[in-house]
Write a protein that binds this ligand. Structure first.
Ligand code: GAP
Length: 455
């Protein structure tokens, strides 16, 4: 009697993502990411996360937050976006957070003077800015990337405040508040997730470089002299986190900052890079920032920021090991890594813990007796997992819809199942199907999720 679909044809031809455009279109179509203010024509490099995007993003944040704060030596923080303007003088952003900018007098394009070899002329796209004879570039001038606004009703220089360009400074200025209230002993860290804003001259490549983005930063405060050991440990911990989210090892690498890339205060810096369709790019920075930040805030605020070590009776300004990952960039890497076209089907092979839905539930047909059992199973699964329901189209079409949004399991309820309380569960990656007892579904899905490995 059962016409539950049998094994689907597995095609050997597998294509990975080769350009962002295919991903942009999937994200728009399926509700992951939309251009911001689209009905007004959009606004440069701002994006909105739709129903599935917001779930994926939350799952990435949750994975980071748990990895950071499920340990005894890290506390959480949620500092405000607007901070005292002196913060940004102390941090060096007012003076030094600048990019050299050139304008094209003809096409009015704006380019980073140090990245001209990656940009295209607005008049003749096969040429670099300034190469086309009609186009003349201005001399480079420094452009500060911080967004300015005014606090209070008066728009004068005394009321200027900045939208934070990184979340880190909220952590530094709260070092003592957190240390004293939580009674942490060094070494310990403070973790924070929050929005940051940079008026990038050349944003682009979908959500890779935007003007508003989210950072997940952790500053680990250590005793001077122990900093390089801690730095090495954090490098390993952070690459392990990316692997635990399913990114393939072959697509990840470290890039060490050479002497010309290193910030003046940094003692060492490594980027975690991912191989995007546009090439290897930074997704996370791991920095040994020495005691620069705390010393600067001490100097600019006039308040002592020191740590007293009971055991040795020593006072010192801690060193900081920073791990800073862009949430949107981690999400982009996750989508790129998961994207496959396998013959007829497009599939997101997301780590099940990150997938917006863990399971989809289908009645084979819209018959009352099947719908009743389906409702019961769907309701039961929703207590354990984020689940979705679909009754329209053939089962094959319903599988394809779920493949494209990365749902790892589909459960179909058919007539055989009515008789013996069984269902067919189908896995996204291998497209294999198994008939199991409906009572075992939760355990089965949990088992498979915990042993999932990327291909
Ligand atoms: N507190 C250190 C700091 O902010 P960063 O290297 O400037 O370091 C850290 O930024 C991470 O933030 C980057 O690795 C990247 O993932 C993300 N990020 C930085 N600028 C971004 C932008 N314009 N759009 C999206 N993500 C960005």
């Amino acid at each position: 009697m059962s016409d539950t679909p049998k094994i689907e044809a597995v095609t050997p031809e597998v294509k990975e993502l080769s350009n962002f455009q295919d991903l942009v279109s999937l994200c728009k179509r399926r509700g992951f990411i939309f251009p911001s203010s689209e009905i007004y024509g959009g606004i440069g490099s701002c994006w909105d996360y739709g129903p599935l995007g917001v779930e994926l993003k939350l799952n990435i944040k949750e994975s980071w937050w748990r990895a950071m704060t499920n340990r005894d030596d890290i506390e959480g923080l949620d500092a405000s976006i607007l901070m005292h303007p002196r913060t940004w003088e102390a941090s060096g952003h007012v003076e030094g957070f600048v990019d050299p900018l050139v304008d094209c007098k003809t096409c009015k394009g704006r380019f980073r003077a140090d990245k001209l070899e990656h940009a295209n002329c607005g008049k003749k796209s096969s040429m670099r800015p300034g190469q086309y004879s009609e186009c003349q570039l201005t001399e480079p001038r420094n452009f500060n990337l911080m967004f300015k606004t005014f606090m209070g009703p008066v728009e004068d220089s005394a009321s200027v405040v900045y939208l934070r360009p990184e979340t880190a400074q909220g952590i530094f200025v709260n070092f003592e508040n957190v240390q004293q209230s939580s009674r942490q002993k060094i070494p310990f860290g403070i973790a924070q997730i929050g929005k940051a804003f940079r008026n990038e001259i050349t944003p682009g490549n979908f959500i890779f470089r935007t003007r508003e983005f989210e950072q997940m930063e952790m500053q680990y405060f250590v005793k001077p002299g122990t900093d390089m050991d801690s730095f090495e440990q954090w490098k390993q911990t952070r690459i392990d986190w990316h692997l635990s989210n399913g990114l393939r090892r072959s697509k990840l690498r470290f890039h060490q900052h050479g002497p010309t890339e290193l910030d003046h205060y940094a003692r060492a810096a490594f980027d975690v890079e991912y191989e995007f369709p546009i090439g290897w790019q930074e997704i996370e920075g791991i920095h040994n920032r020495s005691d620069f930040d705390l010393r600067r805030h001490q100097e600019f605020s006039g308040k002592k920021i020191e740590y007293f070590e009971e055991a040795t009776k020593e006072k010192f300004v801690p060193f900081v090991i920073e791990t800073s990952v862009g949430c949107d960039r981690a999400l982009l890497a996750t989508l790129c890594d998961a994207y496959r076209v396998e013959g007829e089907r497009t599939v997101l092979k997301l780590h099940p813990k990150l997938a917006p839905y863990k399971v989809a539930v289908f009645p084979l047909m819209k018959k009352p007796e099947l719908l009743e059992m389906t409702d019961k199973i769907y309701g039961g699964l929703k207590k354990h997992f984020r689940a979705t329901y679909d009754e329209s189209g053939t089962i094959g079409k319903r599988y394809r819809r779920q493949d494209e949004i990365g749902t790892p399991f589909c459960v179909t309820i058919d007539y055989d199942g009515l008789a013996d309380n069984t269902v067919t569960i189908r896995e996204r990656d291998g497209m294999t199907q198994e008939r199991i007892s409906a009572d075992k579904l939760v355990g089965y899905i949990n088992d498979k999720m915990s042993t999932w490995k990327s291909e």
